[in-house]
Design a protein around this ligand. Structure first.
Ligand code: PLP
Length: 417
């Protein structure tokens, strides 16, 4: 097949060439004297990305799901009460894991397309005067619906209620893309993975634990073995791992951390917002379709879930995009299966790359009978990007000192209208 597959599922994301090359290494002895330097470089870099000084990062050879388990089993005991809200497939799956592990989950079911219900969380926490709730779970970015939630708001709700519960955050599809502040938001466990914002293949579970979370270990009675944090802490302290680490992925992670540091977290966050705004312009202004996210405050800057009109099967649009145009879009999961498709716009991404997704999705929708103006998606996204200042990470050439900003430079296409 000629040309490349255009990958826009919201994970795994595109792996930059630099990272692919960094992973082309010969195997080495993971007990060698030079190995600890690799571990230390990774841990220091992860602290920066989590924005933490007090937190301890962990890297497991697993996917993100493994770190969901690590967070729970190293802190809680069977029958412990946890508070969680469900508004999409990923928030659902974490709750499902809690239940399988024997935790007592107080579930707040919310409409899919909405996010963490802050007021309800606050009311529940205030009413829990006996402090039976041991942990509060938040899925910062619900990848199934393209909804981002207010984690700082959950911290405020806990503080407002003067509640000591631990705060656990799933940031698998948001870390390194959306604002995330482990220390400032008083997070106790943050769960992530390698294949989304870190632009790596799947295979590393990435976790960060607060001193308060680590102090729970001696009293927590859930069973754990592979994901035992003290085993990891003991080995990591000397720069090693309790078992064979995923060497190639770790070299990839070093390169990813380098790229993140070169662009700067603030620039990366701004870039994700700017790119997402263009995609949302294509969806709502161009195609006149709705996002699954019900309100602007819930718009995710890493993934957009596009609702299809009644009578159009999302599975057909996705199949058409894949078979005819070699474009991989994300499907609808569970409750929203068949009703939407998703465009992942996280990780290694720029405007023109996204134009492929917008145009490809548009062609597939037209082929499947969706009534929309051909070219309208690209026109709306293009107008947004051309009239807004591009975050620095997107420009191939640095702007000369004192040069006119891109946003104020007259745009001939617009002024000739
Ligand atoms: C992808 C994802 C997960 C699952 O991660 P795996 O690496 O597939 O185990 C969990 N939560 C969210 C929000 C995700 O996007």
């Amino acid at each position: 097949m000629a040309g490349r597959n255009f990958l826009f599922v919201p994970g795994p994301t595109n792996v930059p060439d630099r990272i692919q090359r960094a992973m082309m290494v010969s195997m080495e002895d993971h007990r060698s004297p030079r190995f600890p330097q690799l571990t230390q470089t990774i841990m220091a870099g992860l602290r920066e990305v989590f924005r933490t000084q007090s937190g301890t990062p962990f890297v497991f050879p697993s996917s993100g799901t493994g770190c969901w388990e690590a967070a729970l089993t190293n802190t809680l005991s069977p029958g412990d009460k946890v508070l969680a809200s469900r508004f999409g497939q990923f928030s659902h799956l974490w709750i499902d894991m809690c239940e399988r592990l024997g935790l007592d989950v107080q579930i707040v079911d919310c409409e899919w397309g909405t996010g963490v219900p802050l007021q309800q969380y606050q009311d529940i926490l205030k009413a829990d005067t006996q402090h039976q709730i041991k942990a509060v779970l938040v899925c910062q970015n619900e990848t199934a619906t393209g909804v981002a939630s207010d984690v700082a708001g959950v911290r405020e709700a806990l503080d407002e209620a003067v509640h000591p519960a631990l705060l656990f955050v799933d940031c698998v599809s948001s870390l390194g893309c959306l604002e995330f502040r482990f220390d400032d938001w008083g997070i106790d466990m943050a769960v992530s993975g390698s294949q989304k914002g870190f632009m790596l293949p799947a295979g590393l579970g990435i976790l960060c634990a607060s001193p308060k979370a680590l102090a729970m270990y001696p009293s927590s009675k859930l069973k754990r073995a592979y994901f035992d944090l003290p085993d990891m802490i003991q080995s990591n302290a000397t720069g090693y791992f309790p078992y064979t680490p995923a060497l190639t992925l770790m070299y990839g992670l070093v390169e990813a951390l380098k790229m993140i540091s070169e662009e700067g977290l603030d620039n990366i966050i701004a870039r994700h917002h700017y790119l997402a705004e263009g995609v949302r312009a294509a969806v709502t202004q161009g195609w006149q379709l709705k996002l699954c996210a019900k309100e602007q405050r819930w718009h995710s800057d890493t993934v957009s879930a596009v609702m299809l009109p009644e009578g159009i099967a999302g599975t057909e649009v996705i199949a058409r995009a894949y078979h005819r145009y070699n474009l991989s879009l994300g499907g609808g999961l569970s409750k929203v299966a068949g009703k939407l498709f998703r465009i992942g716009h996280l990780g290694d991404m720029n405007e023109i790359h996204l134009m492929a997704a917008i145009n490809g999705a548009e062609m597939a929708m037209l082929d499947c009978g969706v009534k929309l103006q051909p070219g309208s998606g690209a026109a709306a996204a293009g107008n947004y990007w051309r009239t807004h200042e591009a975050p620095s990470g997107l420009c191939a050439m640095p702007k000369p000192q004192g040069a006119q900003s891109d946003a104020t430079r007259p745009n001939p296409a617009l002024s000739s209208r």
